[in-house]
Write a protein that binds this ligand. Sequence first.
Ligand code: CA
Length: 482
Amino acid sequence: MNKTILQYFEWYLPDDAQHWKRAAKDAKHLADMGVTDVWLPPAYKGADGIHDVGYGVYDTYDLGEFNQKGSVPTKYGTKDEYIAAVKAFHKAGIGVLADIVLDHRIGADHTEWVEAETVNPENRDEITSDEQEIKAYTLFDFPGRGGKYSQFVWNATCFKGVDFDASTDDNKIYKFIGKKWSRNVDKETGNFDYLMGADIDFQAPYVTEELYRWGEWYLDTVGMDGFRLDAVKHITSRFFEGWLTNLREKSGKELFTVGEYWNAELPILLEYLDNVHNSMSLFDVGLHFNFFNAANAGGNFDMAHLLDNSLVQARPENAVTFVDNHDTQPGQALESFIPAWFKPLAYAVILLREGGVPCVFYGDSAGIPHNDIPPMGEPLEILMKLRQTHAYGPQHDYFDDYNIVGWTREGSEEGPGLAAILSDGAGGEKYMYVGKQHAGETWVPQLPTEDAAANEPVVIDEEGGATFHVPGGAVQVYTKDS
Ligand code: CA
């Protein structure tokens, strides 16, 4: 099987605590679709309780077990239902990636008086106030959990800063006196250590020890197969390499991991991968924005450059490719949703090419009812199937035209090959080589289209090539008739 991740949530899932139950029921169907791994949303209690998507993390030991923040279950269900869903996925042969949110904590149980100074939000290295006492939400003692699993109490010494002073109701970025932002973080805003809430201090040894302990407890309790790491550009690059190494050594598992480093600049992603010694993959943010720009150029994007500066081109073995996610969907923080007409083209690129591990978005496979966005349906289902049945063997690229580009896979012992052709402008044709061993074979279009030329089978010539057709603003995929 070709590894294929499904991000099994979108931002606006109902706050009904039923998602884990739905997931368990869906596991077999997802396996039939060609999904080999699911990325599940953050499973621990957020500050907004049952309404929290999971990124406003309050208590990482509360997987929907304790009456905290207004309910026992999280947005997605209870701890037992979560573990049952993981087991159902395993039974269906699907691996589970857990979402790890460690940059910050939100929803402290008590405030503390802390000495702090404000910083310029546009340049966090610039101090903009005298030292002052603020009332910070930094004391987490989790009364609803009562010390079960861990007695650790988080207080102001575990954090570097906050964005709220409860004594004045002011929203500013407050850095605690005696703390320094980490240097090994993204350089946007001067220093992007601070993102939100109470920012965790990874330089405090008792904090990292607790996070190592928690990681072991979480892996032991749930038995997941890997991780998606949230907001890694806001966390010292030194932390996760050690955290992952510890868990890999303790468990003996590979623990496939992808980090969310939200930056489209390829050199920055490569530098981070070097810093963490390739201990994880990263989402290919650059490729997402190439899709976004192509889709919004109304047919005037130079398709020859569709893969330029993408991580999958530069370091395919560490690239997780995606089209959209819960942050890029309409209404969300990083909104850059790929228009519907371009989605099949983008999915063909991530699903049918050699490099990278593709991550399919639930909002595309199941739709986003909140925004009346329907599931993609057949084009996505066909492309996901083709990934498992036909995306094998050496690749030949034809990214050589302003409108019409394509590639072929020759096939291998693992499975047969294919020819993919896309156009962001008018329909047309392209001659592509699929391998001399295929001479004389008839290859058949796989995606439904009204375009007559792109609906006709083609015969591979003696040289091992053929002229393939694509409708305007679409993708077509050909495979050997069988
Ligand atoms: Ca941080």
